[in-house]
Design a protein around this ligand. Structure first.
Ligand code: 6R9
Length: 649
């Protein structure tokens, strides 16, 4: 059998039944090819525009795009009001499932009333369009309501994952100069309540008298723990928002009005505030959610298991789904609370039809064993999705077999915080999928795989790995890094400046059938359980400990989490020994300084680090050590003997 036959055989074509009823058909790609900008103008018509746009794309100020120029719209109106006005107010928007077992259904009518109340209270606080609001909350309806209330008023939200430390919160609040923080008293995590408001206070006071921008802290009661209180600054949601009027008229904002900032790890220690705007972002999230998930309003029950602290939660829990009048499940907790059956009980309870999660969770389910999903009726599921990292073919097949009843399409969706919405994915009903491949750019999107100089890597002719680039602007593209246009240009546009292409930071290859395989980051960003963490962030947390003189961090491949964080540290002469206690202490320090998600899997105390003659740490060699491989080329090392020392320690 030739390779081509093998890969064709390995592909999973859509079933005729699925294809027949699918939202997408071959005409979609044909339309985009015939007239790309006209295609996007058609997609923009999915939304309600208070004022129509006059131009689809203005790229004269590249790399800062303007999409749907002159158009005016309100995101919350599009996600809530218009569904109510269209007569769907009684449809459930959110089936919310709390970790301890409480639950709540919110219809689109309820959502409209709640978002309006919050918008009225935010206005009462004196917030005005363009101001920034930080949202530091677990997965409860008020988090989504707060995001939508911001969108309704033209306030730019910055959601900070509630698992982040006070200092991570503080740096994000400072960078965006947020005037309001919305939070909760505490959050449920594996059956226990963890304080959250306390973390906000720690963030605001930890720097002593260093002034901050925060004027108000609004607190939702969730776990009933006592909270520290600052009179005049702090307010309870139930005493303020809940008392506000449920009537509010949405005003329209410019298509390029900043909708949100979301911080993500870059190659330096300082997180980047990725800026997204209004019209193009909502157009592409709505378009992709409709076609990639084959979503049918009023019929499907959709569940995306992400957290709103990540871009997947923004685009595929809040904006894409709600713009499409989705009925969705939102779950507050971890998948094994109170036991490993939780997700499948939820699927059964609500009759979930579309389920979107991350490969790391699929691998966790595999580890727990197929007897667990087999104990449940999952026959309602008709489509599965994957996001966050490459999904290994074994996990893909397991996912399809045990969760998808061996007959549903899987959409492996490649995109980034920066791209705002899905860029590459199979189209269900159209694409024959290969396990582990994101297949190719969606209609309207253009991507390629090139070498260092920008030459095309010939299709299928070679196994050569290249860099993934996006060679045309797209509606939901980032508009910059908050307050740092130069860093935006340098990070994404410098490498292929001549060609004017966006450099995604991912390695990829294209096979003989034209299918794209995304292989992972090519920079110093690690991907741990789908979370982006930069090596230098972890290094600075380690160096922040009084015993550590120097640290080097690498991502080593990990069966469960994709990559695991492995650190090599040199201790200060004053530090005593390299006891196990110290390693634990260092792990705890990283967890405290950044988040438990950044906690190293291993820390090796070493006498020296391998460096080039110009003083750069050779991470590639450390990765070889961490992954137990034969050492690669050590010829540029100052002192190759360093490795004997590292290996024996
Ligand atoms: C949406 C999201 C982006 C990075 C990206 C890439 C990796 C995401 C992937 C994937 C292979 C997929 N990634 N989806 N790699 N196949 N389907 O995850 O955004 O947190 O910014 O991460 O994740 O490396 O560059 P973000």
């Amino acid at each position: 059998m030739t390779d081509t036959e093998k890969s064709v055989q390995d592909a999973y074509p859509p079933t005729p039944e699925f294809a027949q009823a699918a939202n997408a058909g071959p005409e979609l790609a044909a339309a985009a090819e015939a007239d790309r900008l006209g295609f996007w103008a058609d997609q923009a018509a999915r939304l309600h525009w208070h004022e129509p746009f006059t131009e689809v794309l203005d790229w004269t100020d590249a790399p800062v795009a303007k999409w749907f120029v002159g158009g005016k719209l309100n995101v919350a109106y599009n996600c809530v009001d218009r569904h109510v006005l269209d007569g769907h107010g009684d449809q459930v928007a959110i089936h919310w499932e709390g970790e301890p077992g409480d639950s709540r259904d919110l219809t689109y009518n309820d959502l409209l009333a709640e978002v309006s109340r919050a918008a009225n209270y935010f206005t009462e606080l004196g917030l005005e369009a363009g101001d920034r609001v930080a949202i530091y909350m677990p997965m409860i309806p008020e988090a989504i309501i707060s995001m939508l209330a911001c969108a309704r008023l033209g306030l730019t939200h910055s959601v900070v994952f509630a698992g982040y430390s006070p200092s991570a919160l503080r740096s994000r609040v400072d960078d965006a100069e947020a005037r309001l923080i919305v939070t909760t008293d505490g959050q449920w995590r594996r059956g226990k309540s963890a304080p959250l408001k306390e973390a906000v206070d720690e963030a605001l006071y930890a720097h002593g008298d260093v002034p901050h921008s925060v004027e108000h802290v609004l607190i939702v009661r969730r776990t009933n723990v006592e909270v520290p209180w600052t009179e005049g600054r702090d307010a309870w949601w139930h005493e303020t928002v809940a008392e506000a009027s449920p009537e509010h008229t949405a005003e329209a904002f410019d298509s390029e009005h900043p909708l949100f900032i979301l911080y993500t790890s870059g190659t330096t220690g300082k997180p980047k505030g990725i800026v997204h705007t209004t019209g193009g972002y909502l157009t592409q999230t709505s378009y992709t959610h409709h076609y990639v998930f084959d979503h049918k309003a009023g019929q499907d029950v959709y569940w995306c298991t992400a957290d709103i602290g990540w871009v997947t939660g923004h685009s595929y829990i809040v904006y894409g789904p709600l713009s499409n009048r989705t009925t969705q499940v939102v779950y507050e907790g971890t998948p094994n609370s109170p036991n490993e059956h939780r997700h499948w009980e939820i699927v059964e309870k609500y009759g979930v039809t579309i389920y979107y999660t991350a490969p790391t969770l699929v691998r966790t389910f595999m580890k727990w064993g197929h007897a667990i999903p087999e104990a449940h009726d999952l026959s309602s599921i008709r489509l599965l999705g994957s996001v966050g990292e490459p999904i290994n073919p074994q996990a893909w097949r397991w996912y399809r077999k045990y969760i998808g009843g061996d007959n549903v399409p899987i959409v492996d969706t490649w995109w980034q915080t920066e791209t705002g919405a899905i860029m590459m994915s199979p189209l269900p009903g159209v694409t024959a999928t290969k396990p582990g491949a994101a297949m190719g750019p969606l209609p309207g999107i253009s991507a390629k795989v090139v070498d260092d100089d920008g030459n095309d890597i010939a299709l299928g002719e070679t196994e050569a790995v290249g860099y993934l680039v996006l060679d045309q602007p797209w509606p939901s593209m980032l508009r910059g890094i908050w307050g740092d246009l130069e860093r935006y240009k340098a990070t994404y546009w410098e490498k292929y400046a001549e060609q004017g292409w966006y450099f995604a930071g991912d390695g990829a290859k294209v096979d003989e059938d034209d299918a794209f395989w995304v292989l992972g980051r090519v920079d110093d960003v690690m991907n741990v359980s789908g979370h982006r963490i930069s090596t230098s962030e972890v290094e600075s947390a380690l160096v922040g400990h009084h015993s550590v003189a120097e640290a080097a961090v690498v991502g080593a491949s990990d069966e469960m989490t994709g990559q695991g964080i492995v650190a090599f540290v040199i201790l200060k002469a004053s530090a005593k020994g390299g006891s196990d206690g110290l390693v634990d202490e260092l792990k705890a320090e990283v967890s405290r300084a950044i988040s438990p998600i950044a906690k190293p899997r291993e820390i090796h105390i070493v006498p020296e680090l391998p460096k080039t003659r110009s003083g750069k740490i050779m991470r590639r060699l450390l990765r070889d050590v961490a992954e137990g491989r034969e050492l690669g080329d050590t010829s540029t090392l100052v002192d190759p003997k360093v490795f004997e020392a590292i290996r024996s320690s």
